[in-house]
Design a protein around this ligand. Sequence first.
Ligand code: FAD
Length: 476
Amino acid sequence: GPIVVWLRDDLRLDDNPALALAAETDRPIIPLVVLDEESDGVRSLGGAHKWWLHHSLESFARSLRGKGSELTLRRGKAKNHVLDIVETTGATALFFNRRYDQASRAVDDAVVEALGETVAVERFTANILHDPDKVQTKTGGYYKVYTPFWKNVSETEPRDPVDPPNGLKQPATFPKSDKLDDWGLLPTKPDWSGGMASFWEIGEKAAHERFECFCDDHLQDYDKGRERPFDDATSRMSAHLRWGEISPYRLWHTARAYAERRNTIADKALRTFHQELVWRDFNYHLLHHFGALATKNFNSRFDDFPWRSSASDLKAWQKGLTGYPIVDAGMRQLWETGWMHNRVRMIVGSFLTKDLLIHWREGEAWFWDTLVDGDIASNTAQWQWIGGAGADAQPFFRIFNPITQSEKFDPDGTYIRRFVPELKDLPKKAIHAPWEADSSTLKKAGVELGKTYPKPIIDHSDGRKRALEAYGEVKG
Ligand code: FAD
C-alpha cells in the first residue's frame, strides 16, 4: 500500500528524511499537509504567518509536481484527516518528521495510537540539529543555560543532509484536496503585505539562493556583521527555517564547506554562525522540557511581578510611535517586512518589558502576529529571556538603554532613517535622541516634536527606576 508522508513545518524536498526515505521504498507516496488550528492547545497562526504559508505551500506544491506528485491539503483537526486519508487510500505506512511543542506532540501521539498496529509509523529528526531527549546534563537533567548546552552538543557534528528524492511514485488516485485559495490565507482589505512581498522570496529554491549569497558576501565577518542592523549582513534564514523550506543540517554543512573552501572565512565567523543555529535548538530544548514555555514564566518568581497594563503605551510601541527612534525603527521594520534584526528585537523587547513594564506576553503575542519567522520555541524563549523571566541568565535588572544602544549599533542613524523617514534629515548627532537636540537643528530637518514625530512616551531613567523598584518586589 501507499505511504502517507505527513508534512508540517518541513515544506522542502532537500534533506527531508520523511519524504526521502518514503521515496526510497519505491512505494506510492501521498504527501499531505493539514492546517490544524483546532486541536487542543495548538496555536492559531498569526497574520504574517498565513501570508507566508500561502506562498510557501504554492511553491512546495509546484516542487512536488516536478517530482511527479501532488500535494493533498486539508484543514481541521489533524487526527481526523490523517486517519481519513490513511483509510480511504489503503495506506499501510505513515512517515513524518518530529515536532517539539507539547500540543503538537500530543496530536502526533494520538494519531499514532489511533492507527494501531496495522499502519507502520516512522518518525524522523529533521528540523533541529539535536534531539531534545538526547542531550542531557551530567546528572541526567535538561539544560537551562545556553553555554553548557553548546559545549555538550558541539562535541558531535550534526549528521549529513539527505538528498532530495529523484521522483515520487503516484498512488492509483490522490485523495480529495482543498484548494489553497479557498483557505483565504492572504490579506484582502486592507492588503498590508506589499512591504513583505518586496522584502522576501518565499520557497525552498529562494532559501538556498539567499543562503549562497549570504555565504559569498557575509559569512566571512558574520561575528561582527550580525551586530549591524543597518546592513543586510545576516542570513535571514529564520523564516525559511520556521516553515522548513531549508534544513538546519543543510545550513550547518554548507557554511562549513564554504569556510573550508575559502580560507578568508575565520573560524570565529563560522563558529558564531553555528552557535546561532544552536540557539534555535536550545530554545526547542527548553520548549520540549518545559512545555508551558509559551504561557508560564520559566522563573516562577515572576508570577507575582507587578506588570503595568497600558493600552495606549502598548499601542505606541506596536505602531512605532514611542519617541525613541531606534525602538520605532525596529517596530516599523517589523510591520513593513515581517522581520526585525536580532539586536533591535532585544532593544524593543527590553523597552516594552522594562521601560514600559508591560508583560512579555504582550510582546510575544504581537511578534507572533507580525513576524514571518514567529516560532513557538524561539519567540517564547526569547521573550521570556528579555523580560527577565526566562531560563538563561539575563537578569531583569540588565536594562538596555535605547539611546546608547542606538549610538553603538546604528552610529550613523542609517537604520533609523530608513524606517523612520520623518527623521531622515536629522544629523547623526541628533537622530538617536531628537528631544535633546536644539530647536534650530530640529527645524532645519523639518522635525516638530509632538507633531511630525512623538516626544518620548517615557523618560528612560524614570522607566528604569520604576522597573528596578518593581523588580525589588519579587527578587526575594
Ligand atoms: P542569523 O543571524 O543569520 O542567524 C542564523 C539563524 O540562527 C537564524 O535564522 C535563526 O534560526 C538562528 N538564530 C539566530 N539568533 C537566534 C536567537 N537569538 N534565538 C534563536 N535562534 C537564533 N527567531 C526566530 O526564528 N523566531 C522568532 O519568533 C524569534 N523571536 C524573537 C524574539 C525576541 C524578543 C528576540 C530577542 C529574538 C527572537 N528571535 C526569533 C531570534 C533572532 O532574532 C532571529 O532568529 C534572527 O534575527 C533571525 O534573523 P537571521 O535569520 O538573519 O539570523
